[in-house]
Design a protein around this ligand. Sequence first.
Ligand code: NAP
Length: 147
Amino acid sequence: MDVILIAAVTQDGFIARHPKETITWSQDLNLFKKQTLGYPLIMGSRTRACIKDELKGREIIVFHRKDKPKDILKRLNTKKCFIAGGGKTNSKFISYLTHLFLTPHPMIFGKGVRLFTDEIKEPELLLEEILPVNKERGIYQYQYKIK
Ligand SMILES: NC(=O)c1ccc[n+]([C@@H]2O[C@H](COP(=O)([O-])OP(=O)(O)OC[C@H]3O[C@@H](n4cnc5c(N)ncnc54)[C@H](OP(=O)(O)O)[C@@H]3O)[C@@H](O)[C@H]2O)c1
């Protein structure tokens, strides 16, 4: 099964200004919807609380501190699933990821929630594809395979 982390990031590696921020600055919502439709979306409880949209057509699995990533993934019967943040949840799933879909935005926050909030082992990334999100603003989604 492909386990894909998908995120919009700033140029300095943040995914939110603070843990309660609802992400309204992301330009890749349409692509996010298209790519995740029909697949399970795993997200942390704080991220779930920040999302107002109902995320129709996707099974939402909310990750809590007592949960084990391995057990959640083992229960899934699907070709792929998506890890959709936040930084704490991304860190917990790092060793199970097969792909990273990252969309860097032309923004700098200086502080906030990082893509990975906890210490992680450095992964090796292989670029597989670059998809345009907003060409005029130079926003592209970078798809990496994790070796
Ligand atoms: N830019 C993007 O693409 C993007 C994507 C996703 C999310 N975000 C943003 O990321 C932010 C949230 O990220 P986040 O990292 O704060 O939260 P998160 O990963 O969404 O959720 C927090 C997780 O950490 C656990 N946790 C909380 N306190 C803990 C503690 N003291 N010890 C151990 N585990 C603990 C929670 O478990 P419990 O449920 O048991 O408390 C939950 O599993 C939001 O602003 C959201 O909008 C941005």
